[in-house]
Design a protein around this ligand. Structure first.
Ligand SMILES: Cn1cc(Br)cc1C(=O)Nc1[nH]nc2c1CN(C(=O)N[C@H](CN1CCCC1)c1ccccc1)C21CC1
Length: 347
């Protein structure tokens, strides 16, 4: 067992398991050079079986998606029977637990979270992807109360663009759109919008709009689109829920209209921004120099390795240095093995 983890030797230290699901598990890890925490998703290719293509799809999606509210892929390590994905660590746990602990969220807090989720969904739709499994279990909190979207295993990027209809029924029933559970062809991004409605209801109410122990009764409720709003919901939030939870996908609000919805704009002057503001093509000089000094490799070789998007240890270290710099932390990779984490920042 531990032998197949040998490949991580010297790059990451493995700690306890923080999540299990299907044929994968997620362990807490430490990136040796910086001492930063990472989440290591470990999959056994033999157990994955016909799910292996889904994993490949998730990896391709994660390589393509770079956004402040999408959990970042730092590195991919594939050996004969195992795939290791080194991902951003979110110490705040699941949004699901955050809501449960508080019963429900006040409008102000729900709005901040929902704007982050809409920003991530608008970004992935603009990239031609649909997530198809949007739910509070797939939204994690980082150390600054920001949400990070995870689990792109069900995401779809139809070959013929977003107009192509998908058939595969997937995701979690309570969050699934009517057209999806009635087995009709459906558009991934329209189904995501419905799930956003269920998510918003869960944020504001602390329970699900459509729920029943009997799955077929649950399906009927979803297909009728009947749900009750508790007394504490404001008029504007009820209007937004009504625009999201439209049974007919053609009557549903689009993600573009969502960016300037009155409820989402309340207390804000700017529409929801979804472009990645940090997506400058140029790399950060200070981090590049630090890496080239540490590895004794010319700066151009480091740039090459990062730009090739092979998600290697060097590109993972670059990403982590960039995140440290954004947080005002030290980015010196001393040649001795003292990881940065142990060196207290000089303030
Ligand atoms: C729950 N929790 C509590 C604390 Br404190 C930190 C965490 C935590 O999980 N943090 C965390 N950071 N980064 C990640 C995680 C979990 N995590 C995950 O990817 N977690 C998902 C959780 N899915 C939700 C529904 C089914 C499984 C997962 C997927 C496959 C196997 C195991 C776990 C990543 C790697 C992206």
């Amino acid at each position: 067992k531990s032998s197949s983890y040998a490949v991580l030797e010297g790059q990451y230290t493995l700690h306890e398991t923080i999540g299990t699901g299907g044929f994968a598990k997620v362990k807490l890890g430490t990136h040796v050079l910086t001492g930063d925490k990472v989440a290591i998703k470990i999959m056994d290719k033999r157990l994955l079986g016909e799910d292996l293509p889904r994993v490949k799809l998730e990896i391709e999606a994660l390589k393509e998606l770079s956004h402040q509210h999408i959990c970042k892929l730092y590195q991919k390590i594939e050996i004969e029977n195992k795939i290791f994905l080194i991902l951003e660590y979110c110490p705040g746990g699941e949004l699901f637990d955050y809501i449960v602990e508080r019963d429900r969220l006040e409008e102000k807090e729900a709005r901040v979270f929902f704007r982050q989720i809409v920003s991530a969904v608008a970004y992935i739709h603009n990239k031609g992807y649909a997530h198809r499994d949007l739910k509070p279990e797939n939204l994690l909190l980082d150390d600054e109360q920001n949400l990070k979207l995870i689990d792109f295993g069900l995401c779809a990027r139809p070959k013929g663009g977003m107009e192509t209809h998908l058939e595969t029924c997937c995701g979690s029933p309570a969050y699934a759109a009517p057209e999806l559970i009635s087995g009709q062809e459906y558009l991934g991004n329209e189904a995501d919008i419905w799930s956003l409605g269920v998510l918003l209801f869960a944020l504001l109410c602390g329970y699900l709009p459509f729920d029943d122990d009997n799955v077929s009764t649950l399906y009927k409720k979803i297909q009728n689109g009947e749900y009750e709003c508790p007394f504490w919901l404001s008029q504007k939030s009820k209007q937004l829920l009504h625009r999201l939870l439209q049974v007919n996908p053609k009557h549903r609000i689009t993600v573009t209209e969502l960016l300037t919805d009155p409820w989402l704009m309340e207390g804000f002057t700017e529409p929801v921004l979804w472009k990645n503001p940090f997506k400058t093509s140029k790399l950060d000089e200070e981090c590049l120099i630090e890496l080239s000094m540490y590895y004794g490799k010319p700066r151009t070789v480091i740039v090459e390795e990062i730009m090739q998007r092979n998600f290697t240890y060097i590109s993972a270290t670059y990403s982590l240095l960039l995140q440290r710099k954004a947080k005002g932390q030290r980015i010196r990779l001393e040649s001795d093995t003292t990881p940065l984490r142990e060196i207290k920042p000089i303030n």
